[in-house]
Design a protein around this ligand. Structure first.
Ligand code: FES
Length: 233
């Protein structure tokens, strides 16, 4: 099939148009490799696993953050417009700086500090399970409107991943993890649900944020927050 593509090239700060012959089963990542191999070897994008696991191939396709390797071209409207993710510093073409995501995880200390005997079996519930499944692709943070005005916000990715630390009895600092959620200004969340809509694993970070807000409210650490309406998509 013949596919029309509009691709962002940052060294010229413009979109370049291409017509490519591709198979309907091809993904956006296949499309990018075809462009690089046949037309422009200077094109830069990021990928590793090609299987929706490593979380590195995030791009904006037709204005929506997606994993390039999990997005079939046959399901997209033409022209297929491909741009770098929002809310992350641009390095080149479609490559953005993921260290911003890592810094957010560091700031909220999203890691275990196990209790002495941490070999006990932890009974999870579906929501905690979701917190374990995050692949740190950052699409949720890239879709979050709060970052347009506030870089101190912890972001849906960190809030999702820290949830398991607030629940897991094997973590020695569960209370501290919850306080970190407060320090990450969780109340700035507008509950627009962008993060839940675009998460490629369906992990619903916005729902997790609500649970964290309830936990903090019960402890008197934050006051009741009324969600704003801030629809993005
Ligand atoms: Fe690993 Fe797409 S290349 S998630």
């Amino acid at each position: 099939m013949l596919v029309r593509v509009k691709l962002y090239r940052n060294h010229e700060s413009l979109f370049k148009e291409f017509d490519l012959v591709l198979e309907p089963s091809h993904t956006v990542l296949d499309l990018l490799y075809t462009l690089k191999e046949k037309y422009d070897p200077t094109l830069s994008f990021r990928s590793m696993c090609r299987a929706g696991i490593c979380g590195t191939c995030g791009v904006k396709v037709n204005a929506k953050p997606v994993l390039a390797c999990k997005t079939k071209i046959a399901e997209l409207e033409e022209p297929i417009t491909i741009e770098p993710l929002d809310n992350l510093p641009l390095i080149k073409d479609l490559v953005v700086d993921h260290s911003v995501l890592i810094e957010r995880l560091k700031r909220l200390k999203v890691w275990y500090e196990p209790i002495g005997n941490n070999l006990q079996v932890f009974r999870t519930n579906p929501l905690v399970d979701k917190s374990f499944e995050c692949i740190a692709c950052g699409l949720c943070d890239a879709s979050c409107p709060v970052f347009l005005t506030n870089q101190e916000f912890g972001g849906p990715m960190s809030f999702l991943r820290i949830y398991k630390l607030t629940q897991d009895l094997r973590n020695s600092r569960r209370e501290d993890s919850l306080l970190r959620v407060k320090d990450g200004h969780v109340q700035l969340c507008t509950h627009c649900k962008n993060c839940s809509i675009i998460c490629p694993l369906g992990l619903m970070p916005e729902s997790i944020i609500k649970f964290e807000e309830v936990d903090l409210t019960k402890r008197g650490l934050i006051s009741q927050n009324l969600p704003n309406s801030f629809d993005f998509f």
